[in-house]
Design a protein around this ligand. Sequence first.
Ligand code: NAG
Ligand code: NAG
Length: 424
Amino acid sequence: MNMASILLNTLSFLSVSSVVEALWHTVRTPRVPISQNTKAFLGYPEDSLLNFTELTTKYGYPSDEHTVVTEDGYILTLFRITKARNCFNSKRYPPVLLMHGLQLNSHAWIDSGPSSGLAYLLSDACYDVWAGNVRGNDYGRRHVSLNPNKDPKFWDFYIEEMGKYDLPAIIDYILDYTKSMKINYIGYSQGGGTFFVMCSERPGYCDKVQLMTALAPATRHYSTRSLAFRSATQLFEKLEKPLSVYGYYEVFANGAVTQEFLALFCQLSFLTTKLCGGFLNLIELLYSLHPGSITKYTIEVLFGHFPAGTSLRNMARYGQSMRSKRFQKFDYGREQNLVVYGREEPPEYNLSAVTVPLVCLYGRNDGIVDTRDIAWLIPQLPNVLEAKMVDDPLWNHFDMAYSQYTRNELFPTINKYLLQFSAP
Ligand SMILES: *[C@@H]1O[C@H](CO)[C@@H](O)[C@H](O)[C@H]1NC(C)=O
Ligand SMILES: *[C@@H]1O[C@H](CO)[C@@H](O)[C@H](O)[C@H]1NC(C)=O
């Protein structure tokens, strides 16, 4: 197979799976009924079937589950690793909050296993590690009054609400629970963009954070090279209205057709060697190739937890961001913008408000968050300590969460700055 045909297959797969998902949701049975026992029988690795607490505990890092309720009623699950296998200090450093990227959940920090997962590396260095989830993924699919399976209103959000409500609620919860003055924050991709939204829209919240570490932060996507990511998000943008007419508001839910199909396809043990290998290339193509960086084990495990789901609105806004040179709010079209914003163009997020000391790590081979968009972003942030291109020239978007080389490529820089901002 050449690159073009792989790309075509990826695109048609994404479109077909979206249509299938749409149909599925129309008949209102969003979950695929494959039991955990059946999966185990089919040869899915155990780690892909375990939830966050089960998986960290298995490797000697017990964790607690916490529940955060946002101002607008979303119920989010937050995890805290309570004990690390290799930390023997009695004192623990101040809390570090890890926020995942688009279509991910808190598993992004552990699915590459105990020798590479950032949550494990940080725990071993004696940081008090918390991993959050935003509204709409499988750990954030609850609400005090809205039913995600029935109420379209539940899905009426994009990064705006994550930054405005989810992050402040999570940060306040951790500060209150640990009686700390401040936390440190690490955001991957969307987890970086939502942090900027928070600073812009909720003055004061930035001050509750001592240090922000941005791993390939997603702001504008004007220079995004990945055709697959471009096409998929723009497809959702085009289909937002027609799909919502048919009651389709949720994209790639965990446990729905696409995720189960990906997992099944990848996990069937008798197919694994051939198909999952080729499949891995296909997925990597979505994010630019870096052969061998993400292990086969990690791929198999991560498809148990990815994609984790988000709103159609959120996907559609990513589609819009592919064309815009600004990091801005949702574009409803001229007329509706006048109603919502009082002007024809959506307002930009205020990057000058990101006053917190910031470290940014990015990859040269990142097809989603391009170095040109990073070069656009960095000069606008008022307090950048360092913006560092990862040494490995093939470092891509997925590597930030899943590479087996995290310990050498990311951790030393992350740890260096965290230490400076972690006075006990
Ligand atoms: C994870 O699994 C444990 C043990 O089976 C269970 O008690 C817990 O509720 C699960 N957590 C989530 C968030 O599903
Ligand atoms: C952006 O944030 C900065 C810093 O908080 C503030 O001084 C400025 O007035 C804000 N700009 C706008 C347009 O709100």
